[in-house]
Design a protein around this ligand. Structure first.
Ligand SMILES: [Zn+2]
Length: 308
């Protein structure tokens, strides 16, 4: 009888322990599951937040003085953001009439605009110059640090020339986004026509310009460049000086620029800097083959033409 009682008590104690252990385990599992689901939900939101129609990225290249004297007040008046890609190339160091000073660049940053990297010497990236790309990037990054500007996360290819081996260098140097022009789908000319940025199909380090503002542009050309900003695609627009007396082949007049900005404001476009697309796109999710979309576009334009 004593043995039976002892056995029953033992079974009872073991059952209670198992019960409690199960509660604990299930509780832990539930917590783990909850945390996992929350994380998955967060990741899902971060990577799939809907890209709104009428999303436009404004970019300005070559550190032209009119970016400060004319573009800056208009953008501030209209509540638009933008990225200014800084280089010390051309006559930046000696001509402070036509080029920005670093203090003005620092002011643009303080205003909330993005400061991007355009290489120290405006070096065209090719087989011969790849070896100095990291130095060229670091030099501008160092100047940004000196003037209290956050380390750039956006890059623009000088002259819009790209090279496959630049991508890992840009990644290593900490860049999330890089804007190109319309090469290699087009030749770099073609009246400044370009392509919409298609997130997750276009590599974030090979973002095409949907338009490159040229002197001959009318408001209709500008409308064509931004019209692609729908169905998950983004219009990334490339400007130089407004005006740009040092680079007249990419000049935009004050009148042209004001008409473009009026069009965006009246059309209720959302105008942001390149870095701001991180609200919608995870730059770490990259296409398996970054050249696939480029080749498809190229083949669509001129069938059977190889671009590499
Ligand atoms: Zn440039």
């Amino acid at each position: 009888m004593y043995k039976i009682l002892l056995l029953s008590t033992s079974i009872f104690i073991i059952s209670v322990m198992c019960f409690l252990w199960n509660i604990d385990c299930s509780k832990s599992t539930t917590i783990r599951q909850f945390n996992f689901n929350n994380q998955a939900k967060t990741n899902s939101i971060a990577s799939t937040k809907r890209i709104p129609d009428k999303l436009v990225v404004l970019t300005f290249d070559d550190a032209v003085a009119s970016h400060y004297t004319f573009v800056r007040p208009i953008l501030k008046q209209y509540g638009f953001s933008a990225t200014f890609f800084i280089t010390e190339g051309f006559n930046f160091k000696t001509d402070k009439v036509n080029y920005l000073t670093w203090n003005q660049v620092a002011d643009l940053n303080k205003d909330g605009f993005e400061i991007g990297n355009h290489t120290r010497d405006h070096v065209i990236i090719n087989e011969q110059s790849l070896g100095q790309l990291l130095f060229q990037l670091t030099s501008i990054n160092d100047s940004c640090e000196y003037y209290g500007i956050p380390r750039p996360v956006s890059f623009a290819y000088p002259g819009n020339f790209i090279h496959a081996r630049a991508l890992p260098i840009l990644k290593t140097a900490g860049f999330s986004w890089a804007r190109r022009g319309n090469i290699p789908e087009l030749s770099g000319g073609e009246d400044g026509r370009g392509f919409a940025y298609e997130p997750y199909a276009d590599d974030p380090l090979l973002i095409p310009s949907s338009g490159i503002a040229l002197p001959a542009w009318s408001l209709e050309d500008f409308k064509n460049a931004e019209a692609c900003a729908k169905n998950g695609k983004i219009a990334v627009l490339q400007f130089h000086g407004v005006p740009d007396t040092e680079h007249p082949w990419v000049n935009t007049t004050k009148e042209q620029f004001r008409s473009y900005m009026d069009y965006l404001r009246n059309g209720k476009y959302q105008v942001i800097a390149l870095r701001d697309i991180a609200r919608y796109i995870n730059p770490n999710i990259r296409p398996k083959d970054p050249w696939d979309i480029i080749i498809k576009r190229k083949n669509g334009l001129t069938p059977n033409t190889k671009i590499f």
